[in-house]
Design a protein around this ligand. Structure first.
Ligand code: NAP
Ligand code: MG
Length: 403
């Protein structure tokens, strides 16, 4: 069989621990035998990040801007324990945070649904994609523990000297206050990423805040979304036969629980944090969640939503067998290959991505899966496979589908 040719390289960001092991297995078994793979490789493994003073992370993000599509392995975000473990020069920042800051993107997360791993919410027939605004609000707050009676005020001092002042509360005793912010620029980017991704995936877009209570702050989000929609996206949405609507967050939650799925739910930072955990937990497993960072100007970075699965890696290092789920990492590869194929008009590449997705899900549906899924499946008599054998079973399925 002739391998599929590529014209533009994918930006490949390698990572850490167990997912780095899976990364190589996936490439060797599922990608390289079928594709004449062109990648620009960046090693975001913690050792090399440390060696390059984290320059490699910045370079990989710049390359993503240049080529438009990246696929990323999970990476360690250093903490105190990692400082010793890897003898780090500095506590390097989260690579995802660095990449997100450079691409100015929004993260879209969706569960991978498969027969036998059923969502707790019975009517969710299709995945619900969560879009979380990743800037500001309570995540960049300033807080004060109020010691006792006194007046709390909100003060803005303009660069031109103009002052705006409002009383928050006249305290008669102790309490707490918090200041939060967001910027029109960031909200606009968020809105554009959401509208672009909805068009891209041909799904409706829902957006919700608490604008009845937060008449200025949340209302500003609502207005910006509506302005961006009316001025840049309305016609395209109508042509694509998809819908954008805004509703109150309470109403959105109620409707989500009754919906069939198959739409994008855009959330403010905190809502997105909480609701994405709710949707993924209801769908069974963190190991079955995809994640894609989309910039407002249409650059894509695909990855799995889970981390480096450290506990399994230590077992692997100790020579023990692991049963780590590679599905979300396989889907990161197929997402990136499909997008590359779409941008470069390489039909074979897009078809290959579809076949590999199907082969992966088919493997699970035929009762062959890793331990995390075996524990929650509704299928009877399942075969629990180790990390490597699962990928080999997918390979087998993929080859059969190509005969
Ligand atoms: P994790 O890697 O997501 O794993 C947490 C637990 O979830 C695992 O111990 C395992 O449970 C289960 N799990 C997650 N993915 C799985 C998979 N593919 N197959 C089977 N089980 C899976 O989170 P963590 O252990 O808290 O974090 C480890 C490292 O990942 C940290 O250094 C963190 O900084 C990093 N991280 C990176 C990213 C990213 O790059 N996007 C995201 C999150 C975390 P059992 O042990 O019970 O089997
Ligand atoms: Mg959370």
């Amino acid at each position: 069989m002739e391998k599929i040719k590529m014209t533009t390289p994918l930006v490949e960001m390698d990572g850490d621990e167990m997912t780095r092991i899976l990364w190589k297995m996936i490439k060797d078994e599922l990608i390289l035998p079928f594709i004449d793979l062109k990648t620009e490789y960046y090693d975001l493994g913690l050792e090399y990040r440390n060696e390059t003073n984290d320059k490699v992370t910045i370079d990989s993000a710049e390359a993503t801007k240049k080529y438009g599509v990246a696929v990323k392995c999970a990476t360690i975000t250093p903490n105190a324990a990692r400082m010793d473990e890897y003898n780090l020069k500095e506590m390097w920042k989260s690579p995802n945070g660095t990449i997100r800051a450079i691409l100015d993107g929004t993260v879209f997360r969706a569960p991978i649904q498969v027969k036998g791993i059923d969502p707790c919410v019975k009517n969710w027939e299709k995945p619900i994609t969560l879009a979380r605004h990743a800037y500001g609000d309570v995540y960049k707050n300033t807080e004060i523990k109020v010691p006792g009676a006194g007046k709390a005020e909100l003060v803005f001092t303009g660069a031109d000297g103009q002052e705006i002042r409002k009383v928050i509360h006249e305290f008669t005793g102790s309490g707490v206050i918090q200041g939060i912010h967001n910027t029109d620029k960031s909200i606009t980017s968020f809105a554009k990423s959401c509208f672009n991704y909805a068009l891209d995936t041909k799904q409706d877009l829902w957006f919700a805040t608490k604008d009845t209570i937060s008449k200025v702050y949340d209302h500003n989000f609502k207005d910006i979304f509506q302005d961006v929609y009316d001025s840049e996206f309305k016609e395209q949405f109508e042509a694509a036969g998809i819908e954008y609507f805004y509703t109150l967050i309470d109403d959105a939650v109620a409707r989500v629980m009754k919906a069939k799925g198959g739409f994008i739910w855009a959330c403010k930072n905190y809502d997105g944090d909480v609701m994405s955990d709710m949707v993924s937990s209801a769908c069974g497993s963190l190991a079955m969640m995809t994640s894609v960072l989309v910039s407002p100007d249409g650059v894509y970075e695909y990855e799995a939503a889970h981390g480096t699965v450290q506990r399994h890696y230590y077992k692997h290092l100790a020579g023990e067998e692991t049963s780590t789920n590679s599905v979300a990492t396989i889907f990161a590869w197929t997402g990136a290959l499909r997008k590359r194929g779409e941008l470069d008009s390489i039909k074979e590449l897009m078809e290959f991505a579809d076949k590999l997705d199907k082969a992966t899900l088919g493997t699970i549906e035929s009762g062959n899966m890793t331990k995390d899924l075996a524990l929650i499946t509704s299928l009877k008599d399942v075969n629990v496979l180790n990390s490597e054998d699962f990928i080999k079973a997918v390979r087998n399925n993929l080859e059969n589908s190509m005969k």
